[in-house]
Write a protein that binds this ligand. Structure first.
Ligand code: SF4
Ligand code: FES
Length: 245
């Protein structure tokens, strides 16, 4: 199949940036979207042009680094998948595909499709951890966790920190990300020591990084590759109120 790509090219964060058209003529429907970009890049290198910069690592939906907007959708068409899990069979022969970086004030463009997502790391540093005494490995059954709590914490822990929730939100809110991280730890007995400080510090850091407030559109849940539910945002609000009281 043949597709035309309209790819955002931007030298660095100070460059204005612009869309550039590329013809991808030898695309297999079984290629992943990133493999298709690899082929386009090989062609660019052969012509002596600078390849399209994009982030990727695991290429199996685990690391969260490959996010980009494809035809206005975070991680492209399809639900519950990251860009690296998107296949070209999701498109038609002759399609025009618009590819852009995440657009949010808190995610400055580094180059082309790569953005700086370290704001999410700083939110994690502000409270996304638990304290544990040093020493021998504790007995596995020393702290019992009820099954419903373990399941709910596991659902929240599925967040891969990709930033799609921010990119698709009209307010560039990071509430779903922060909610998943706070929720995961506040449910578990191991997360109780820093419970109040965690939610207050992570929310303060989120505001400092210039993420917006929740827009209540549920776009974050719809585009999240891990299906993180907005009910975690409800828990985040509850945790914050509890900490304040
Ligand atoms: S909540 Fe979903 S969309 Fe947001 S960072 Fe986590 S995995 Fe990505
Ligand atoms: S490359 Fe790791 S999630 Fe896509």
């Amino acid at each position: 199949m043949k597709v035309t790509l309209k790819v955002w090219r931007q030298k660095d964060k100070n460059d204005e940036g612009r869309f550039v058209d590329y013809a991808a003529d030898e695309v297999s429907p079984d290629m992943s979207f990133l493999e298709m970009l690899d082929v386009v890049n090989v062609g660019l290198v052969k012509k002596g042009e600078i390849p399209i910069a994009f982030d990727h690592d695991c290429r199996e939906g685990i690391c969260g680094s490959c996010g980009m907007m494809i035809n206005g959708r975070a991680h492209g068409p399809g639900r519950g998948i990251a860009t690296c899990q998107l296949h070209m069979r999701s498109f038609q022969d002759g399609d025009e595909i618009v590819v852009e970086p995440w657009r949010a004030q808190a995610f400055p463009v580094i180059k082309d499709l790569m953005v700086d997502r370290t704001a999410l790391d700083r939110i994690m540093q502000a409270g996304g951890y638990t304290s544990a005494k040093t020493g021998g490995v504790p007995d596995g059954n020393a702290i019992l966790v009820p099954k419903p709590a373990a399941d709910e914490a596991f659902d929240a822990a599925a967040c891969i920190g990709c930033g799609a929730c921010v990119a698709i939100c009209p307010n560039s809110s990071a509430m779903l990300f922060v909610a998943a991280k706070v929720s995961q730890l506040s449910i578990l007995p191991q997360g109780q020591a820093e419970r109040e400080a965690r939610v207050e510090n992570m929310i303060a850091q989120m505001d400092e990084e210039l993420f917006g407030g929740c827009s209540n559109t549920y776009a974050c849940e719809a585009e999240c590759p891990k299906g993180i539910s907005v009910r975690h945002i409800g828990r985040l609000n509850h945790e914050l109120l509890r900490a304040k009281l």
